[in-house]
Write a protein that binds this ligand. Sequence first.
Ligand code: PMP
Length: 405
Amino acid sequence: MLDVEKIRKDFPILGQQVYGKPLVYLDNGATTQKPTIVLETIERLYNKENSNVHRGVHHLSNVTTENYEAARKTVQDFIHAEHAHEIIFTHGTTSSINAVAFSFGERYVQAGDEIIVSGMEHHANIVPWQMLCERKGAILKVLPVTEKGDLQLEKLDDLISEKTKLLAVTQVSNVLGTINPVKKIVKIAHAHNVPVLIDGAQGIQHEKTDVQETDCDFYVFSGHKIYGPTGIGVLYGKEKWLNEMPPYQGGGDMIKKVTFEKTIYEDLPLKFEAGTMNYIGAIGLGKAIEYLQKTGFDDIIAREQELEEYATSRLMQIPGLRIFGTSDHKTGIVSFLIGDIHPYDTGMILDKLGVAVRTGHHCAEPLVESYGITGTVRASFAFYNTKEEVDILYNALLKVIEMLG
Ligand code: PMP
């Protein structure tokens, strides 16, 4: 069992008031707050250890390089990758997907080929593939979603053809909270020799991730959504793909030898880490993961599921409230609308009552529009949230109805 009172003390930002009301932070899907250990680590690094990695012969550079590589190992263990060099640091989920779309696309995709995404993807897992398709004359196909918010997996076999080069799908929907059966999806795709990229932006913090067990070919996530710093992210790729794919950026640190005639690239992972990396962010991300493991990741997962279920049951008691995403497999996120009240108006009033939620299309316009709406209100939970906060949300929504309903 988690000691939530104690945990909340680890996140100083949560203790504040907004408009004279205690802050109820339910926008964790957009970004999570940072525990003191991560903040202290960043401060210590800049105060005592800062130096560029893989460059110097001197003490500070060696210390930071060791810490950076240790963070890579922490990520490797956390997602159970086979090799540390399969972990590439990037700026975040978006940059990881763009990296694969460019690099994999350059190597493997030609005119007439097909890429499959699902109907519940974030723009970050749509637009880079569209750009690739435009560049190469390839075709983007979409796996549809049911009204409840589940993928129509029975359609996948037919959607895949001998032209399909890659399938990209989210682990957890950032709008609906659906947990997708990624292992099953990979199995179907692999039966057709199609590699799979999993967008873990909303999954890494709510689910135990094992890339070897899932057998996915690529897995991507952002540090800031898992209690780490902004500006750092991860691209996991199976060695066999990463070795074959060309670098997507050239520059310092990613080379073995440069002449004006030809450059020989570094081995993995440096081949994909051109220029000065966000090594402070990577080390901070490593600390965030260590913090989660120390706190008890299984308990964290269970707690977030419990909060989502409690919020769903409370919100369903509100007259006229409609929840979007009613899959049997959900976590962390509840999206809703009350009658015909505009989500933005609901969000504004909730804000004045101290409750921070997200409103709008959540960067998943095709999905949101498929419900015939332009946006929702989204409450998204982290393990530091409490049932009392859900009750505050509930009461604040009654107030919204009183004012606008
Ligand atoms: N995919 C999903 C499912 C997301 O929720 C997000 C962030 N909202 C992203 C991708 C993009 O993440 P980032 O902005 O950190 O690159």
